[in-house]
Design a protein around this ligand. Structure first.
Ligand SMILES: Nc1ncnc2c1ncn2[C@@H]1O[C@H](COP(=O)(O)OP(=O)(O)O)[C@@H](O)[C@H]1O
Ligand SMILES: [Mg+2]
Length: 250
């Protein structure tokens, strides 16, 4: 059943979101790294996970993607079937994970693994490369691209899989300002197409440019969960106020 669903474009999948997270605790190596997080992820919103280094941003994203199990607490997705959820979400890492193949080959492998048929693959690859401004790059070795181009390819690959939810872990952390702005423009474009975005950053300027909702983490705790305008205008916690003032360095 799942295989057939994956192979065919088919009807609109059941919505993955909202997600209600209740009392999420993650303990690893005897340390409590996420400490009782509760929040709701709303569909079709751009949510930025903010916080200093070591706050737990990457870990939270990995839990949301099913890569790390909660030690305690619950994730209540609107879509109850884990196999369908897996098909409905995509993850982009800080350092793009690309195959030792051409750009076309990298995208083809991802689409073929999802059972997308050859003709449909060609159309999706062309559309995804156009979306990220990499038309004409099909024959280039994926790993020969610049850092910014590689990250745009990772975004093209994610989009080609038609996720409802896109998780991005500091996707611009190693990019220069121009490449960063291109990635942000793509994220905004995807959000405009109805993809729910959850993205971590320690870059406040980036959060101001992109966020609709903010989750502010500090030392494994969710200190604030609010709409971006309210967060930036009136942070309600001392930690967020200090972070916004640029005082909190670690
Ligand atoms: N697999 C792991 N085992 C033990 N500690 C971990 C593991 N993954 C992350 N941590 C710790 O959890 C904390 C949060 O890490 P991380 O989520 O990477 O923070 P951020 O992305 O906000 O910089 C850090 O103290 C980190 O060392
Ligand atoms: Mg991180």
């Amino acid at each position: 059943m799942i295989g057939r669903l994956a192979a065919a474009p088919g009807p609109e999948p059941a919505p993955l979101l909202p997600l209600e997270v209740e009392g999420l605790v993650v303990e690893l190596g005897g340390k409590r790294l996420l400490d009782g997080l509760s929040f709701t992820l709303r569909p079709r919103r751009c949510t930025l996970i903010l916080g200093p280094n070591g706050a737990g941003k990457s870990l939270l994203l990995r839990v949301l993607h099913g890569l790390v199990p909660p030690s305690r607490g619950r994730l209540r997705w609107a879509e109850p079937d884990p196999a369908r959820r897996r098909l409905a979400q995509a993850f982009v890492f800080q350092k793009p994970v690309l195959l030792r193949r051409s750009v076309r080959g990298d995208l083809t492998v991802a689409l073929a693994a999802r059972g997308v048929l050859r003709r449909e693959r060609r159309a999706r690859i062309a559309e995804a490369l156009a979306l990220v401004g990499l038309e004409g790059f099909e024959g280039r070795a994926a790993r020969s691209l610049s850092g910014g181009e590689q990250q745009r390819l990772a975004l093209a690959r994610a989009w080609a899989l038609r996720p409802q939810l896109l998780l991005l872990d500091e996707p611009t952390a190693s990019l220069d300002p121009a490449a960063t702005r291109m990635v942000e423009a793509i994220v905004r474009d995807l959000a405009g197409r109805g993809v729910t975005i959850v993205m971590s950053t320690h870059d406040l300027g980036q959060a101001r440019r992109l966020a609709e909702d903010v989750l502010f983490l500090h030392a494994g705790r969710l200190v604030e969960a609010s709409e971006a305008a309210a967060f930036f205008a009136r942070p309600s916690s001392r930690e967020a106020g200090a972070f916004l003032a640029g005082e909190l360095l670690a």
